[in-house]
Design a protein around this ligand. Structure first.
Ligand code: ATP
Ligand code: MG
Length: 626
């Protein structure tokens, strides 16, 4: 995008928002084209969020059927399994066929419009088809990441009242098998509501099948009709429920509806990634996360951009997996997370440099603030210093990207998500709810007004939705993130507001201190939290993971103090630096500071819900070494 084009979009929104939003909706095929745009009120007495209310459409038709006349035999997705090179491409016609058959099986099992369907699968083409099949018949999908335990799955099944689960026999990640079907069985023992389990074969591993409840996909696929008309859905009919990643507490069942979500995802996909003929786009996110919904699957499919479905991990079989795969497949756009970038940076430049990566033209990051050090490595080593990076800030709740630099139009700054997209109005507020104007200021990040991709409610608990997001600052959506607007007006996410540390009255963002620590060449990753301090109110406790093969010690501690002094100032020097083999992370790879805070405070009996942790063993080690 050029600066002029971007300015024109901002101008179009400012002068006539209604026309602007209807214009964005034209990207899609509507059954009934909407004449209304947004109708929202955040007033407690009359709370509602509606977009394109008079329109109807089907998202699966927008992902599949719309491509059939012109490019039925083009690649819709490229399946890249754990085993490098053992994948295959799937065309729009094939994905359409698979989706229709699966939709017909769901119908046979009594699934109707509005019913919830659980998807607990590896990143195989059938998982994409399962989501599209639900969208096709108007069932509400709820994807649960295949790394979650039976208890977590059962909790989500109960919360949304699903009767059907689509799963696979086993998953394979990093060379290890994951007993998906056995986990579903265990979840059913805990929850009891499931009457149908559809099992796709991934490994052929042995599973128990219960007569009457469990169906092998392969036993039915052939006989099912490959024709299933797409159900016209009202724009405000729910499309999916997705539970947040649980970095800050019990996951919330975020509800997105059909029309607004589809418009926002298609629009942002085009603005941010600027897809072109010949692109092969690769977002490494699992469909268990919002990024996987919006930007591994729906965004690329709606816009006709071939998308890679990756069922592995960036470090398997070795640290060059991403770069080897990029060269082999000819990937042009890579979208991944800071956690992966830091993990790969730890292994040095050689695994990257030994691959050419000359097909790449654009890099993206999402999920956490990216430390400037990791940004530079991504830019200089992976991007050879010449590829743009889109640092996209958004949330499960926002449906799609809200802030990011746009290549060609916005200048990049390492670690900053820079500017809002057209139609998005961020503002910073202080603890009393007053807007903080001007530049070079920090505060709590809120959004004024609505956008089509905004979540509509928390499943089964509309009050929790209002209380969580609209009660702190009446009339505004509160993101929960702390943020700085720098002297140029660019935005920097400084961490969760709950994680902001107050040292002697100075508010210090976790992201800033962590970035200073990661700037040390031996540090792979860092997480900081506040712990009570007699004089300062709060002191900083830092957990630091060093590069492969390095040992922590007094001299490194001194050097780390120096880094913090240089980047922020002496007041942010940690009281305590604890070296750690690993940090507690959610299964999407985000650091869980909530648990680290309890460890730093010594409240070991109050670690809270750890069920969303990727590796609970990490916590035991941290507690032992504290
Ligand atoms: P929960 O809401 O359950 O605590 P979560 O907030 O981690 O979990 P997500 O919706 O997956 O769930 O993550 C959104 C959050 O991730 C944002 O609020 C922000 O804190 C962080 N984030 C995402 N992208 C970026 C980015 N580019 N820069 C900075 N922070 C980001
Ligand atoms: Mg959140």
């Amino acid at each position: 995008m050029t600066p002029t084009e971007l300015a024109a979009l901002h101008e179009a929104h400012a002068s006539d928002p209604h026309a602007f939003w209807l214009e964005q909706a034209r990207r899609l095929d509507w059954e009934r084209v909407p004449e209304r745009s947004g109708d929202t009120s955040f007033d407690r007495s009359d709370f509602h969020i509606r977009w394109y209310e008079d329109g109807s459409l089907n998202l699966s038709a927008n992902c599949l059927d719309r491509h059939l006349p012109e490019r039925a035999n083009d690649t819709a997705l490229v399946f890249e399994p754990d085993e490098p090179g053992a994948g295959r491409s799937v065309t729009y016609a094939e994905l359409h066929d698979l989706t229709c058959r699966l939709a017909n099986l769901l119908k046979e099992r009594g699934v109707a419009k509005g019913d919830r369907v659980m998807i607990y699968m590896p990143m195989v083409p059938e998982a994409a088809a399962a989501m599209l099949a639900c969208a096709r018949i108007g069932a509400v999908h709820s994807v649960v990441f295949g790394g979650f335990s039976p208890e977590s799955l059962a909790g989500r099944i109960d919360d949304c009242g699903a009767r059907v689960v689509v799963t696979a026999d086993e998953g394979v990640r990093g060379g290890k098998r994951i007993p998906l079907k056995a986990n579903v069985d265990a979840a059913c023992d805990l929850s009891g509501a499931i009457d149908t389990i559809i099992v796709v074969t991934r490994t052929g591993g042995e599973v128990t099948m219960r007569e009457g409840r469990d169906l092998r996909w392969e036993d039915h696929c052939e006989r099912l009709s490959s024709d299933c008309p797409a159900e016209p859905m009202a724009a405000e009919d729910p499309l999916f429920i997705l539970y947040t990643s649980g970095s800050t507490g019990k996951p919330k069942g975020v509800v997105h509806t059909t029309g607004g979500y589809a418009v926002w995802v298609a629009t942002t996909f085009e603005w941010v990634f600027d897809p072109r003929p010949g692109d092969l786009y690769w977002c490494t996110a699992d469909i268990g996360w919002i990024t996987g919904h919006s930007y591994t699957l729906y965004g690329p499919l709606m816009t006709g951009t071939p998308t890679v479905m990756f069922d592995g991990v960036p470090t398997y079989p070795d640290a060059s997996r991403l770069w080897e795969t990029i060269d082999r497949l000819g990937v042009t756009i890579l979208y991944t997370a800071p956690t992966a970038i830091r993990a790969l940076m730890r292994e040095g430049d050689e695994p990257v440099r030994k691959h050419r990566r000359d097909s790449l033209r654009l890099l993206g990051t999402v999920g956490e603030p990216i430390n400037p050090e990791a940004w530079r490595w991504y830019h200089d080593v992976v991007g050879d210093g010449r590829r743009a990076i889109v640092d996209t800030w958004w949330q499960t709740e926002t449906g799609g990207v809200l802030m990011t630099p746009l290549p060609g139009a916005t200048s990049m700054k390492p670690g900053s998500a820079t500017r809002p997209l057209p139609g998005i109005e961020p503002l910073l507020v202080d603890a009393e709810g007053r807007e903080i104007r001007g530049n070079d200021v920090s505060g709590n990040l809120c959004l004024r007004g609505s956008w089509p991709g905004q979540m509509r409610t928390v499943w089964g608990d509309p009050q929790r939705f209002i209380d969580t997001y609209f009660a702190t600052y009446p009339g505004l959506y509160f993101t929960g993130d702390g943020c700085r607007r720098d002297e140029d007006g660019d935005y920097w996410i400084t961490g969760r507001v709950d994680d902001v540390i107050n040292v002697s009255g100075h508010r210090i963002g976790t992201a800033e201190v962590e970035s200073a620590l990661v700037a040390h060449p031996l540090v792979a990753e860092a997480a900081v939290v506040g712990a009570p301090h007699d004089l300062k109110g709060q002191g900083i406790h830092a957990f630091v993971t060093l590069n492969a093969g390095e040992e922590g010690g007094e001299h490194i501690v001194r050097e780390l103090h120096a880094e913090v002094r240089k980047h922020i100032g002496a007041l942010a020097i940690p009281e305590r630096i604890q070296f750690a083999r690993g940090l507690p992370k959610t299964r999407s790879g985000k650091i869980m500071r909530r648990i680290l805070r309890k460890i730093a405070e010594g409240q070991l009996d109050q670690l809270g819900d750890t069920s969303t942790l990727a590796d609970p063993g990490v916590v035991d080690a941290l507690v032992r070494d504290r």
